[in-house]
Design a protein around this ligand. Sequence first.
Ligand SMILES: [Zn+2]
Ligand SMILES: [Zn+2]
Length: 380
Amino acid sequence: MIQVIKCQSKPCINGYPAAKLECPTCHKLGIAGSFFCGQECFKAGCNRPRKRWHYVIHDIATMPLPSFNEGEEGTFNPWPNFSYSGTLRPVYPLSEKRAVPKHINKPDYAKDGVPKSEMMELGSAPRILNKKQQERMRTVCKACMGREILDLAATYVKVGVTTDEIDEVVHNAIIERNAYPSPMNYREFPKSICTSINEVICHGIPDKRKLRDGDILNIDVSVYYDGYHADLNATYPVGTIDEESKMLVRTTRQCLDEAIKVCKPGALFRDIGKAIEPVAHANGCSVVHTFVGHGVNDLFHANPNIPHYAKNRAVGTMRPGMAFTIEPMINLGAYGSEKLWPDGWTTATVDGRRSAQFEETLLITETGVEVLTTGAPLEL
Ligand SMILES: [Zn+2]
Ligand SMILES: [Zn+2]
């Protein structure tokens, strides 16, 4: 039984970042200002009419660590009563917020979490970058920035390593290059990368769970440097993975490669999904509809929207100077009705079966397409 009483405690003594939590009474998610403290209690901001309530959920605060806790001593699952679709669980507390030195140029959301310039350009046409701007995109995407950092992160994908440790490595590598980790505080995302394990489709939060033999892990790295963003990700095996997972990862990479072949001046954005879906279906997989590729430039997420499924209604034609991502998320099982964890970010498949993803940042040139974040071919 969940016993709910009014919370008497002060703001989190550990300074943990804000987390969106579900109110046990009204089942609404808590909003800004809600937080939890791993040592003492849970708090959830509950938006009831006229009054906001804060609660301590006592049986959660006092219950022993759940048996499925997967981390070290002192770690815990913050939502033991949530109906997870698969076997993965969050392992909290999250590490403390990482610092970004003052001298580093930051995007407009770095302080308050609100991407104001993005919101102002919601309905506008995709940007056409001039030669100077294209050069800046190349710089942030290529060798010493986005691609090199993702490749560095990949070397840490090993049994027993936590995603929080990979987040730390990436964060440090980014600030060493005088760049900013784009996800940090974007709409209040608490960490510097997204790490999505097994049934998590995207937007997983690095935490204290140790990687296990047989996991698949997607690492999504985004970097902001000299006013421009790079955005790329890849899915990696942890130790030895089963044949089905190998097939999923290979299929997903193939989906992205086929989609890239479509890209050139005059091609239609809606045809990208048409190239992806048959590859997924031929391998018995499904394509996630909920999340799309996007324009990327001085804005982290901009027009156009790029669905990865066939028969979509995306508008627009590719023109030289446009930069955007393609980032198909492919599932072993069903798509749709994704399960959003109470952290407000982590999105898992509806049936708990695995999902993989690959992402590159592309630039349309006069003659075709340049994969700005290009790396070594997949070996699996
Ligand atoms: Zn990304
Ligand atoms: Zn992206």
